[in-house]
Every structure is written in structure tokens, then in C-alpha cells.
Design a protein around this ligand. Structure first.
Ligand code: 2AM
Length: 175
């Protein structure tokens, strides 16, 4: 019998203040684009998407080298959309060195388990709306400055109201 599997991804998980600031912006974007909203508790920046994996992988991941990356501030200052996937997003016009190092460390941790990273290049963003009806031109917005001191492994489960995201492991970044 096949063992239990989980749909997993690495993410930056916002603190409450950052989450509310992002959620407020997403309300404006939904009005502008006619898209479907994302539940505030689900908002995040995906670092790497692992897909469906055996549940035992959760405890096997060695993300120490990723956690050796220094803490950083992520300035979310850009709004835009990907028309092809129908997504409106909030992104960062500059990637801090700590985030680049963290991302690299995650790719290494996955490679050590024989897993490949995403095919698509890393684009730090928070999805604000899906299935947008009208495009959003890329533009700068009042920046949301997020002090990132940890990252998480998250599972995505089907729920009556959409997807339910659950943090299954969390690592602190270096000081
Ligand atoms: P997103 O980061 O653009 O919102 C969980 O599904 C998270 O992983 C979502 O935030 C999703 O998109 C991201 N993700 C990245 N690659 C994915 C893929 N191939 N399939 C589903 N989700 C993916």
C-alpha cells in the first residue's frame, strides 16, 4: 500500500502585521482585476514547490545550510500580473542577498534528496488574486517592508473553501 503523501512547498510565511498589510492591498487588487481573492491566512512567498511527496520527507529535509542565510528585509514594492496564469501579484523589485542565499540553500537541500527545484526561475511574489478578468499594469506601490527571520515547509491540502496551507516545519535564519 502506498504511504501517505503531502503536497509540499517551501515559503516565507508573513508575520501578522505584514499579512494584514498584504491583505489590505489584495482587496484593492481584486476590485481592479475582478479576480478571485486569496484567504489572508494563506498569503506567502513560495521559495520552492516540491509537489506531492512521501510524508516522511518532512523529517528528512536537512535545511541547515539554507538556515545559515542571514535575516533580511524584503521590500514588497511592485504590483503586477501574469496574464497567462491569470495571477495578480505583489513582488519585490530588488532581491536581498539573504533571500538569494536562502533560495540557493533550499535548492541544495532538495538536490541532496534527489529533488529538482522549480523549472521556472525564482520570482519572489505573493499571489494576491487568481483568475483575473482584467490585467494590472506593473507599477510601484507603497512598499510593505517585511523583516524575514524564518522560513517554512508548508503542506497544501484540499479544503471545502479552497486550499488549506499548514506550516509543517519552520527554520530560523541566522542573526
Ligand atoms: P504561487 O506561488 O504563484 O502562488 C502552493 O501551491 C504554492 O506553490 C502556490 O503559492 C503556488 O503558486 C506555488 N507553486 C509553484 N509552482 C507550482 C506548481 N507547479 N503547481 C502548484 N503550485 C505551485
Amino acid at each position: 500500500m502506498a504511504g501517505k503523501t503531502l503536497r509540499l512547498f517551501f515559503a516565507l510565511w508573513p508575520d501578522e502585521a505584514t499579512r494584514s498589510a498584504i491583505a489590505a492591498l489584495s482587496q484593492e487588487v481584486i476590485v481592479e482585476t475582478g479576480g478571485r481573492g486569496i484567504a489572508a491566512e494563506n498569503m506567502h512567498v513560495t521559495l520552492a514547490f516540491l509537489g506531492e511527496q512521501p510524508a516522511r520527507l518532512v523529517t528528512r529535509i536537512d535545511a541547515r545550510s539554507a538556515a545559515a542565510a542571514p535575516r533580511f528585509e524584503l521590500t514588497l514594492d511592485e504590483l503586477g500580473c501574469w496574464a497567462k496564469s491569470g495571477i495578480a501579484w505583489l513582488g519585490a523589485s530588488a532581491i536581498p542577498a539573504g533571500l538569494a542565499k536562502l533560495e540557493q540553500g533550499i535548492v541544495m537541500a532538495l538536490a541532496a534528496l534527489g529533488l529538482e527545484g522549480d523549472e521556472r526561475p525564482f520570482a519572489a511574489h505573493v499571489t494576491l488574486a487568481r483568475r483575473i478578468a482584467r490585467p494590472l499594469r506593473t507599477r510601484m506601490v507603497q512598499p510593505i517592508v517585511w523583516s524575514v527571520d524564518s522560513f517554512a515547509l508548508v503542506s497544501s491540502e484540499a479544503a471545502a473553501t479552497g486550499r488549506d496551507y499548514r506550516v509543517v516545519r519552520k527554520w530560523s535564519l541566522a542573526h
